[in-house]
Write a protein that binds this ligand. Structure first.
Ligand SMILES: [Zn+2]
Length: 174
């Protein structure tokens, strides 16, 4: 005896990847998508009715995002199309490696890394993609420098606390 399962609800459909971006909401580099919010009715898991309720730019990891119009959605989808999901993921991994070796996020450093990946990925296909990837490179380097600075500060504070607690060791070190 088969049972008919009837259900409905809203689902987020991630339609086109835009790239990885620093997300304030989840505090990490996460893929950002052009997404649709769809109301769906299904019978035995087969959709029988669907209606788009809205268009969004959303973080894949925490779903934080902003609403856009249908026109904006269509225009952006066209602009971001050259970079597929698998290309975006592969490119992000390469960028993490390249950015780990960069001394700073100056214009020159960012351009050097951008030109490097642009020789293998269509990130220079239009202004939207160029802007997206230059920003990602800037943020990847910036975040790494900030993380290293915070770690160094922690280590210094720890050393100072140790010295204050144990003046003899501090004297010996001097
Ligand atoms: Zn997020």
């Amino acid at each position: 005896m088969g049972m008919i399962v009837y259900g409905w609800g809203d689902v987020v459909k991630h339609k086109q990847i835009m790239g990885y971006q620093w997300c304030q909401s989840c505090g990490s580099f996460a893929p950002r998508y052009l997404s649709k919010l769809v109301f769906r009715v299904h019978i035995s898991y087969i959709p029988v009715f669907m209606k788009t309720k809205g268009y969004f730019i959303a973080c894949k990891s925490c779903e934080a995002g902003k609403e856009i119009t249908k026109q904006e959605f269509k225009a952006l989808k066209e602009l971001y199309k050259p970079m597929t999901k698998s290309m975006t993921k592969k490119c992000f991994k390469e960028l993490q490696g390249l950015c780990a070796g960069a001394a700073d996020n100056s214009e020159a450093s960012v351009s050097l890394i951008f030109n490097n990946i642009a020789s293998r990925y269509p990130v220079a296909a239009n202004n939207a993609l160029t802007g997206e990837y230059r920003q990602l490179i800037t943020d990847l380097i910036g975040e790494r420098i900030e993380r290293q600075r915070a770690l160094k500060q922690q280590q210094q504070q720890f050393a100072q606390q140790q010295a204050a607690m144990n003046p003899q060791i501090a004297n010996q070190q001097i």
